[in-house]
Design a binder for this molecule. Structure first.
Ligand code: 5AD
Ligand code: SF4
Length: 442
């Protein structure tokens, strides 16, 4: 191996957008340390996987990928393999134990979400034959001083806070990402200024509970106002919001600020008050419906999406019907649905997992079917109207078409013309489905 050339790092990311943003932080740290990023795992000296632990099936997929890394490492034993993120935090040294599904022995470094500054040094140590584990959680780490290594594009992720203090009983996040802490408003605004100068047209502010952001006397609403003021041609999005922190002030700011997108992801999880209580969600369905009403009254044309978990411990057919009834009332533009997955050490783990898998699957299917009917109905109303989209690039399905998004986050497909990514285009919508609008430049 030519020792003069920079060592190449291949990074693969699973899970939520926070993880995508974290991988950009890790890559920035490695870049500063003299490593080079490689899009090809076959050419890399270091293989990193940034992992998710939210549900069991997320972890299964990652074991599968480690099997693939194992194949490469058998060909070249000098390769360093690192497991980063939530699964590293949750399993710690269990990941390197021999029985870790036949892949434990190939893992050299294990790094949790608050210890990424150590990644470059741990890789060096691994080359000296030392396995490294860094999984301390922090109350202060926000990587506020690190400019993420982003590929050029039009859309950027930007973490504004980390961790979660809500302790929903099903959720592993407070244990894998630690307690809530926020970055400073001024460095976030500076980062957005840089993105604007580099030609980014959209920024999504991220946090596990983004709307509980707090920096001294500034709250999330103040942050949104400041960020939106940097460049009025830049769209500002945010995710994920907890209903408990969805203040009237924040709703007002979204309503009044033209370049804050009128799209809110507001996870409800269940439509049964009994289940919400067991989940420790801290609101009732009545409160949630009141919020939705206030949001719709103040933000005309707002789009809404949600998360639903089916098969939480003790969930009965009646609880499930309550969830369908809530969905029926709200009418969501989009939905993410999950089968309950018991996570060790979370409070609900002790409640058992008494809803059989086939019942969970059937309930999820019923939720998905209802969501689809509603989204189709909502999207049909766009046909014949016009709206502005931000062009993202070529459609994934056809080289003759472009894809873009409305302010409300609806995917739009238009025939190709001489536009470029990052352009705002007025579109007349001609056709729709549950997930997509089709149109032509007006
Ligand atoms: N089982 C199933 N879904 C879960 N989520 C979080 N924890 C679990 C779990 N143990 C879902 C919630 C959350 C989304 C990110 O993942 O709906 O909002
Ligand atoms: Fe998990 Fe609840 Fe925190 Fe979301 S709000 S990350 S579901 S504990």
């Amino acid at each position: 191996m030519n020792s003069d050339r920079k060592k190449r790092v291949y990074v693969e990311t699973y899970g939520c957008q926070m993880n995508l943003a974290d991988s950009e932080i890790v890559q920035s740290l490695l870049d500063t340390d003299g490593f080079e990023m490689s899009p090809l795992m076959e050419e890399a000296d270091v293989l990193l996987v940034n992992t998710c632990a939210i549900r069991e099936n997320a972890e299964q997929r990652i074991y599968g990928r480690l099997g693939e890394f194992k194949r490469l490492k058998q060909l070249n034993p000098d390769i360093v393999v690192g497991v980063l993120g939530c699964m590293a935090e949750r399993l710690r040294t269990k990941l390197v134990e021999e029985h870790a599904r036949g892949v434990g022995q190939i893992v050299d470094i294990i790094v949790g979400p608050d210890e990424y500054r150590k990644v470059p040094a741990l890789i060096q140590k691994a080359w000296n034959g030392e396995k490294g584990v860094a999984v301390q959680l922090s109350r202060v780490e926000t990587y506020d001083d690190i400019m993420p290594l982003r590929t050029e594009g039009k859309s950027a992720w930007l973490s504004v806070m980390r961790g979660c203090d809500k302790f929903c009983t099903f959720c592993v996040v407070p244990f894998t990402r630690g307690r809530e802490r926020s970055r400073s408003l001024s460095t976030i605004v500076e980062e957005v200024e840089t993105l604007s100068k580099r030609g980014f047209r959209e920024v999504t502010l991220l946090g596990q509970n983004v709307n509980s952001y707090r920096d001294g006397s500034s709250d999330f609403s103040d942050l949104m106002r400041a960020v939106a003021g940097v460049d009025r041609l830049m769209r500002i999005r945010f995710t994920t919001s907890h209903p408990q922190d969805m203040s009237e002030k924040l709703i007002g700011t979204i309503a009044e600020t033209p370049n804050i997108c009128k799209y809110i992801h507001l996870p409800v999880q269940s439509g049964s008050d009994r289940i919400l209580e067991l989940m420790n969600r801290t609101y009732t369905t009545a409160h949630y419906l009141g919020l939705v009403e206030m949001i719709r009254r103040n933000i005309p044309g707002v789009t809404l999406s949600t998360d639903i978990i089916s098969g939480f411990p003790t969930e009965s057919e009646e609880d499930h019907r309550d969830t369908l009834a809530l969905i029926e009332r709200v009418k969501y533009d989009g939905m993410y649905t999950f089968k309950y997955s018991p996570r060790e050490n979370t409070p609900s783990f002790k409640m058992g997992d008494d809803v059989p898998d086939e019942v969970k699957a059937r309930r999820v299917n019923e939720v998905v079917a209802l969501a689809k009917i509603q989204a189709e109905e909502i999207n049909r109303r766009y046909v014949g109207t016009t709206g502005e989209i931000l062009l993202e690039g070529e459609s994934k399905k056809s080289p003759d078409e472009w894809q873009g998004r409305t302010d409300g986050n609806k995917m739009v497909i238009v025939p190709k013309r001489d536009f470029s990514a990052g352009a705002y285009v007025n579109v007349r919508f001609t056709r729709s489905s549950a997930a997509t609008l089709f149109g032509e430049a007006a």
